[in-house]
Ligand binder design. Structure first.
Ligand code: AHG
Ligand code: MN
Ligand code: MN
Length: 349
């Protein structure tokens, strides 16, 4: 009887699997729990894994080929588009347009909805994605990631429209991210908890490494860009100062950790607990991060792992979107830490 490998760390509460499970087998097992499923969502998740492998390969050799640096173009957000941004964007679009499961897509790097080419089949799902998150860090070899969000279509047939894209985050049927860091990890949920897979580049398979990720109820790390401290609203500044006060009973002060790649900062928060925040500031009253392909998918994962995701005043997944690239202030992570942030941001403290 093989000895079960007990995770050396106390948190998060995961147990390493004692048998090899590929992501394809995991997805199929999830599908088999739904006899009515036709396999379309499974095919989408297989293609997420394929896209993650393709992008991981380029990210991990970025310094060796002419794919670092900027394309010289600017996206809808006024940001310099990195060559890897465009490579990852093309990877997503080329992989998913021909699968036949989608009626429309949307990307951080495309101003408008992405129409499925006329000669290809459309399907019953919708995909929104941030093809490469944290890309301004890529030249410094800092962890980056891809974020994705899947909904069922709401229009009856034909090519999808904005109506199919602008759904509330609570309607997501699957979401997740691929983190290109010291290893490449794919983390996803279809609404029954969060599972993590680590890419074994030797065999090109994502293997189940974190069967059930649960975020600690309270953490000891806060994560925000304090360079904007003088632009924070008073409530936000007081919250951060509160976390920095020494209080041995409550485990304060918290440690500050900020990588500047949302996928890396949220993944650390998911694994260790604490709070990741990108608040509203006097210069950017809606914050910086985008609702549809950053806040909603990452908020879905955090909630599925037992945490909370808030604007500081309301649940992110309840927001009714009005624009494809709209921004939203966000506080996400351990339940007790996000609740504390809400107390400060709503004036209760
Ligand atoms: P992207 O590279 O997709 O544009 O996302 C960058 C985002 C996010 O990854 C990160 O949390 C945030 O930008 C960092 O912003 P600041 O540099 O303003 O802190
Ligand atoms: Mn991003
Ligand atoms: Mn991006």
């Amino acid at each position: 009887m093989s000895r079960r490998f007990v995770a050396p760390t106390k948190e998060p509460i995961v147990t390493r699997p004692d048998r090899i499970v590929t992501i394809e087998r995991h997805v199929l097992n999830m599908q088999l729990q739904h006899p009515e499923a036709r396999g379309d969502l499974s095919k989408l998740l297989y293609d997420i894994a394929l896209t993650g492998k393709l992008i991981s390969r380029e990210v991990n050799k970025a310094g060796l080929v002419d794919i670092l640096g900027e394309t010289g173009t600017v996206n809808v957000h006024g940001e310099q588009v990195q060559k890897l941004d465009e490579f990852a964007n093309q990877c997503f679009m080329r992989t998913f347009e021909r699968g036949g499961q989608l009626c429309v897509m949307a990307s951080e790097e495309e101003d408008d909805p992405i129409r499925i080419p006329e000669d290809l089949d459309v399907g019953g799902y919708v995909l929104l994605f941030d093809p490469l998150d944290g890309s301004s860090n890529i030249d410094a070899n800092v962890s980056v990631g891809s974020i994705w969000s899947i909904y069922r279509r709401v229009t009856p047939s034909g090519h999808g429209t904005l109506k199919d894209l602008l759904q509330r985050g609570c309607e997501q049927v699957a979401a997740g991210y691929v983190a290109y860091g010291s290893s490449t990890m794919l983390v996803y949920s279809t609404g029954a908890g969060v599972s993590g897979f680590t890419l074994d580049p030797g065999i090109g398979e994502f293997l189940l490494s974190h069967p059930r990720i649960e975020i600690p109820k309270k953490g000891k790390i806060y994560s925000c860009n304090e360079g904007y401290r003088n632009l924070f609203f008073d409530s936000t500044r007081r919250f951060v100062e509160y976390l920095q006060e020494v209080d041995p009973d409550s485990g304060r002060p918290y440690s500050g950790r900020y990588i500047g790649s949302m996928v890396a900062d949220v993944h650390r928060t998911l694994m260790y607990g604490g709070i990741f925040m990108y608040p509203a500031t006097q210069k950017a009253p809606s914050g910086k991060l985008r609702l549809m392909y950053e806040a909603n998918p990452m908020g879905y994962i955090i909630e599925q792992a037992g945490g909370m995701a808030s604007t500081g005043k309301e649940r992110i997944l309840d927001l009714q979107p009005t624009e494809l690239h709209q921004r939203v202030p966000l506080y996400m992570g351990s339940e007790e830490d996000v609740k504390l942030a809400i107390e400060f941001e709503t004036g209760l403290r």
